[in-house]
Design a protein around this ligand. Structure first.
Ligand SMILES: Cc1cc2nc3c(=O)[nH]c(=O)nc-3n(C[C@H](O)[C@H](O)[C@H](O)COP(=O)(O)O)c2cc1C
Length: 184
Protein backbone atom coordinates (compact mmCIF):
# COMPACT_ATOMS: atom_id res chain seq x y z
CA UNK A 1 0.00 0.00 0.00
CA UNK A 2 1.30 3.48 -0.84
CA UNK A 3 1.86 6.16 1.80
CA UNK A 4 0.22 9.56 1.96
CA UNK A 5 1.51 12.06 4.49
CA UNK A 6 -0.88 14.70 5.79
CA UNK A 7 0.48 18.07 6.87
CA UNK A 8 -1.84 20.27 8.93
CA UNK A 9 -0.84 23.94 8.94
CA UNK A 10 -2.42 24.68 12.32
CA UNK A 11 -1.20 23.75 15.80
CA UNK A 12 -4.57 24.54 17.36
CA UNK A 13 -5.92 21.68 19.47
CA UNK A 14 -9.39 21.89 17.91
CA UNK A 15 -8.15 22.87 14.47
CA UNK A 16 -10.85 22.81 11.78
CA UNK A 17 -8.16 21.95 9.26
CA UNK A 18 -7.23 18.88 11.29
CA UNK A 19 -10.92 17.92 11.27
CA UNK A 20 -10.98 18.38 7.50
CA UNK A 21 -7.90 16.13 7.28
CA UNK A 22 -9.67 13.48 9.38
CA UNK A 23 -12.56 13.51 6.89
CA UNK A 24 -10.17 13.09 3.96
CA UNK A 25 -8.40 10.31 5.86
CA UNK A 26 -11.69 8.38 6.07
CA UNK A 27 -12.16 8.78 2.32
CA UNK A 28 -8.76 7.18 1.65
CA UNK A 29 -8.70 4.62 4.44
CA UNK A 30 -7.93 1.04 3.47
CA UNK A 31 -6.41 2.26 0.21
CA UNK A 32 -3.38 4.21 1.49
CA UNK A 33 -1.37 4.30 4.68
CA UNK A 34 -2.08 7.76 6.07
CA UNK A 35 0.45 9.39 8.32
CA UNK A 36 0.30 12.85 9.96
CA UNK A 37 3.56 14.78 9.98
CA UNK A 38 4.37 16.05 13.47
CA UNK A 39 6.54 19.11 12.90
CA UNK A 40 5.86 21.42 15.82
CA UNK A 41 9.38 20.91 17.22
CA UNK A 42 11.17 21.77 13.98
CA UNK A 43 13.32 24.80 14.88
CA UNK A 44 13.13 28.13 13.10
CA UNK A 45 15.28 28.09 9.98
CA UNK A 46 18.82 29.18 10.72
CA UNK A 47 21.47 28.49 8.11
CA UNK A 48 24.06 28.15 10.86
CA UNK A 49 22.28 24.93 11.87
CA UNK A 50 22.46 23.34 8.44
CA UNK A 51 25.92 21.83 8.72
CA UNK A 52 24.74 19.64 11.60
CA UNK A 53 21.09 19.15 10.80
CA UNK A 54 18.85 19.15 13.90
CA UNK A 55 17.33 15.75 14.75
CA UNK A 56 13.77 17.04 14.24
CA UNK A 57 14.62 18.22 10.73
CA UNK A 58 16.26 14.88 9.92
CA UNK A 59 13.14 13.09 11.16
CA UNK A 60 10.66 15.11 9.09
CA UNK A 61 12.86 14.73 6.01
CA UNK A 62 12.88 10.97 6.50
CA UNK A 63 9.10 10.89 6.87
CA UNK A 64 8.63 13.01 3.75
CA UNK A 65 11.02 10.80 1.76
CA UNK A 66 8.87 7.79 2.67
CA UNK A 67 5.70 9.48 1.33
CA UNK A 68 4.28 8.75 -2.10
CA UNK A 69 2.00 11.77 -1.80
CA UNK A 70 1.55 14.75 0.49
CA UNK A 71 -1.75 16.44 1.30
CA UNK A 72 -1.59 19.82 3.02
CA UNK A 73 -4.59 21.12 5.01
CA UNK A 74 -4.09 24.70 6.03
CA UNK A 75 -5.79 27.79 7.39
CA UNK A 76 -5.26 31.16 5.73
CA UNK A 77 -3.34 33.67 7.85
CA UNK A 78 -3.43 37.26 6.58
CA UNK A 79 -4.20 36.28 2.97
CA UNK A 80 -1.34 33.80 2.92
CA UNK A 81 -0.15 30.52 4.47
CA UNK A 82 0.90 30.29 8.14
CA UNK A 83 4.52 30.96 9.04
CA UNK A 84 4.95 27.54 10.63
CA UNK A 85 4.22 25.93 7.26
CA UNK A 86 6.69 28.23 5.51
CA UNK A 87 9.33 27.35 8.09
CA UNK A 88 8.77 23.63 7.56
CA UNK A 89 8.87 23.99 3.77
CA UNK A 90 12.00 26.16 3.96
CA UNK A 91 13.79 23.35 5.80
CA UNK A 92 12.43 20.71 3.43
CA UNK A 93 13.43 22.72 0.36
CA UNK A 94 17.14 22.58 1.19
CA UNK A 95 19.46 19.97 -0.31
CA UNK A 96 19.82 17.03 2.06
CA UNK A 97 23.58 17.32 1.68
CA UNK A 98 24.47 21.01 1.62
CA UNK A 99 28.08 20.35 0.64
CA UNK A 100 26.76 20.31 -2.93
CA UNK A 101 23.71 22.34 -3.97
CA UNK A 102 22.99 19.98 -6.85
CA UNK A 103 21.92 17.40 -4.25
CA UNK A 104 18.16 16.88 -4.05
CA UNK A 105 15.90 18.10 -1.30
CA UNK A 106 13.47 15.76 0.45
CA UNK A 107 10.50 17.26 -1.40
CA UNK A 108 11.73 17.49 -4.98
CA UNK A 109 9.34 15.67 -7.32
CA UNK A 110 6.91 14.80 -4.50
CA UNK A 111 3.25 14.76 -5.46
CA UNK A 112 1.23 17.22 -3.42
CA UNK A 113 -2.25 18.65 -3.09
CA UNK A 114 -3.70 21.42 -0.93
CA UNK A 115 -6.98 22.06 0.92
CA UNK A 116 -7.97 24.69 3.43
CA UNK A 117 -10.70 25.77 5.82
CA UNK A 118 -10.98 29.41 6.83
CA UNK A 119 -13.10 32.54 6.35
CA UNK A 120 -15.24 33.70 3.44
CA UNK A 121 -12.25 33.67 1.09
CA UNK A 122 -12.27 29.84 1.32
CA UNK A 123 -8.46 30.07 1.79
CA UNK A 124 -8.12 30.96 -1.92
CA UNK A 125 -5.27 33.46 -1.41
CA UNK A 126 -3.44 31.07 0.89
CA UNK A 127 -3.76 28.19 -1.56
CA UNK A 128 -2.72 30.27 -4.58
CA UNK A 129 0.45 31.44 -2.79
CA UNK A 130 1.15 27.99 -1.39
CA UNK A 131 0.80 26.38 -4.84
CA UNK A 132 3.36 28.88 -6.12
CA UNK A 133 5.79 28.03 -3.32
CA UNK A 134 5.32 24.27 -3.77
CA UNK A 135 6.08 24.59 -7.47
CA UNK A 136 9.09 26.79 -6.74
CA UNK A 137 10.54 24.07 -4.51
CA UNK A 138 9.94 21.60 -7.35
CA UNK A 139 7.09 19.60 -5.95
CA UNK A 140 4.52 18.13 -8.34
CA UNK A 141 1.34 20.01 -7.50
CA UNK A 142 -1.89 18.34 -8.56
CA UNK A 143 -3.40 21.09 -10.73
CA UNK A 144 -7.05 20.60 -9.67
CA UNK A 145 -9.36 20.16 -7.91
CA UNK A 146 -8.61 21.74 -4.54
CA UNK A 147 -11.00 22.11 -1.61
CA UNK A 148 -11.59 25.51 -0.05
CA UNK A 149 -14.04 25.66 2.85
CA UNK A 150 -15.65 28.84 4.16
CA UNK A 151 -16.36 27.95 7.78
CA UNK A 152 -20.01 28.29 8.79
CA UNK A 153 -21.42 30.40 11.63
CA UNK A 154 -21.55 27.35 13.94
CA UNK A 155 -17.78 26.96 13.55
CA UNK A 156 -17.03 30.51 14.69
CA UNK A 157 -19.67 30.59 17.46
CA UNK A 158 -19.69 27.01 18.79
CA UNK A 159 -16.49 25.49 17.42
CA UNK A 160 -18.49 22.96 15.40
CA UNK A 161 -17.12 21.80 12.08
CA UNK A 162 -19.64 20.48 9.58
CA UNK A 163 -19.47 20.21 5.81
CA UNK A 164 -22.41 20.74 3.49
CA UNK A 165 -23.15 17.95 1.01
CA UNK A 166 -21.54 20.09 -1.67
CA UNK A 167 -18.36 20.65 0.35
CA UNK A 168 -18.14 16.95 1.18
CA UNK A 169 -18.49 16.11 -2.52
CA UNK A 170 -15.72 18.61 -3.30
CA UNK A 171 -13.40 16.94 -0.77
CA UNK A 172 -14.30 13.49 -2.11
CA UNK A 173 -13.53 14.61 -5.65
CA UNK A 174 -10.13 15.89 -4.53
CA UNK A 175 -9.45 12.63 -2.63
CA UNK A 176 -10.30 10.52 -5.69
CA UNK A 177 -8.24 12.68 -8.01
CA UNK A 178 -5.29 12.59 -5.62
CA UNK A 179 -5.58 8.80 -5.25
CA UNK A 180 -5.31 8.53 -9.05
CA UNK A 181 -2.49 11.13 -9.19
CA UNK A 182 -0.44 9.20 -6.59
CA UNK A 183 -1.51 5.83 -8.03
CA UNK A 184 -3.11 3.11 -5.91
C1 LIG B 1 -2.84 35.44 12.40
C2 LIG B 1 -4.16 35.03 11.79
C3 LIG B 1 -4.54 35.59 10.59
C4 LIG B 1 -5.72 35.18 9.97
N1 LIG B 1 -6.01 35.65 8.72
C5 LIG B 1 -7.05 35.11 8.03
C6 LIG B 1 -7.26 35.43 6.65
O1 LIG B 1 -6.54 36.20 6.06
N2 LIG B 1 -8.28 34.82 6.02
C7 LIG B 1 -9.11 33.91 6.65
O2 LIG B 1 -10.02 33.36 6.02
N3 LIG B 1 -8.95 33.62 7.95
C8 LIG B 1 -7.94 34.18 8.65
N4 LIG B 1 -7.72 33.82 9.97
C9 LIG B 1 -8.70 32.96 10.64
C10 LIG B 1 -8.39 31.48 10.46
O3 LIG B 1 -8.55 31.13 9.12
C11 LIG B 1 -9.35 30.65 11.28
O4 LIG B 1 -9.14 30.96 12.65
C12 LIG B 1 -9.22 29.17 11.05
O5 LIG B 1 -10.23 28.51 11.73
C13 LIG B 1 -7.92 28.63 11.56
O6 LIG B 1 -7.81 27.27 11.19
P1 LIG B 1 -7.71 26.10 12.28
O7 LIG B 1 -9.09 25.98 12.90
O8 LIG B 1 -7.33 24.90 11.49
O9 LIG B 1 -6.68 26.51 13.28
C14 LIG B 1 -6.58 34.24 10.61
C15 LIG B 1 -6.19 33.73 11.86
C16 LIG B 1 -5.01 34.10 12.43
C17 LIG B 1 -4.58 33.48 13.74
Amino acid sequence: MKNITFIVGSLRKDSFNRKLAAMAEKMLSGRFDIHYLDFQDVPLMNQDMEAAVPAEVARVRKEILAADGIWIFTPEYNFSYPGLLKNLLDWLSRPMDISDFTNPSAVVGKKVTVSGAGGQNQTASCRAKLNELLEFIKMRVMPAPQTGIALGVEAWTKGEFNLTDEQRAQLKEQAENFAAFVGE
